[in-house]
Write a protein that binds this ligand. Structure first.
Ligand code: DGL
Length: 259
């Protein structure tokens, strides 16, 4: 069984890509909804959650484990690999490399949580893959929480998103990296702001291909197990609300897990 986790619903964008590549695999999605968002939490707290969840997924036989969260990956993937040396761990990091390789204007932006924006790992990614490119790192506090509400986007929130992104476009940015898995669900309100000027860069598909490389054509009963640390029924409800109807059809009733 492939274990996939995030602070909340954001990692479902990665889960959907994995399910497209491996339609027969059994999947376990774990949302740490009692502690979402991670983006405004200190490093030590995030690392503690990642180790506890990783251990829990490993105890249920998950391999590989996918950290479907940029914040958790940039903060704690090294610690998790050290903690679970026998299990392949796949992380999700902002797509700085593909953005830097494809930009024509040599100017890209990374939208991320506050924790990812200040992480050493993001600074290293930029230094290694985007040394000759201007990179604007833009923290977007509150955006992941907005996705968690599952409410329709208000005019006020749409305006906030446009106010953050329009100046980047005016400044010549032509690649916008979605550096938080929650932001994939904001695509419908970001795209009109960047249309014709910039492209979004999301690594969910690349992560799914990496899972296939590690695990091969994993076969199973195509079940999707859902677990959450608070209000597990919301996780089940989120699937159709976020347009993930194929995943909704294969899910079994969600469970509450206290960790
Ligand atoms: N979805 C997560 C990420 O990719 C975390 C968002 C949050 O919990 O703040 O960064």
């Amino acid at each position: 069984m492939i274990g996939v986790f995030d602070s909340g619903f954001g990692g479902l964008s990665v889960l959907a890509a994995i399910a497209r590549h491996l339609p027969r695999a059994d999947l376990l999605y774990f949302a740490d909804t009692a502690h979402v968002p991670y983006g405004d939490k200190p490093e030590g707290f995030i690392t503690g959650r990642v180790l506890a969840i990783g251990e829990h997924l490993a105890a249920q036989g998950c391999s590989p484990i996918v950290v479907a969260c940029n914040t958790a990956t940039t903060t704690a993937i090294q610690a998790l690999r050290h903690h679970l040396p026998g299990i392949p761990i796949v992380g999700v990091e902002p797509g700085v490399k593909p953005a830097a390789q494809s930009t024509h204007t040599k100017h890209i932006a990374v939208l991320a949580t506050e924790a990812t924006a200040r992480s050493r790992r993001l600074a290293q990614l930029i230094a290694s893959h985007a040394a000759d490119v201007r990179v604007d790192v833009v923290p977007c506090p509150g955006w992941a929480t907005h996705v968690e509400t599952l409410r329709p986007f208000t005019g006020e929130f749409r305006a906030e998103v446009a106010e953050k992104i329009a100046p980047l476009i005016a400044d010549g940015v032509d690649r916008i990296v979605l550096g938080c898995t929650h932001y994939a669900f904001l695509t419908p309100i970001i795209e009109p702001v960047i249309a014709g000027c910039a492209e979004l860069v999301d690594v969910a598909d690349a992560v799914a291909r990496q899972v296939v490389r590690l695990g091969g054509q994993i076969q199973g009963r195509a079940e999707l197990h859902l677990q959450a640390t608070a209000k597990p029924q919301r996780l089940q409800f989120a699937l159709p609300m976020l347009g993930l109807t194929t995943l909704a059809e294969r899910s079994v009733p969600a469970q509450l897990v206290s960790l």
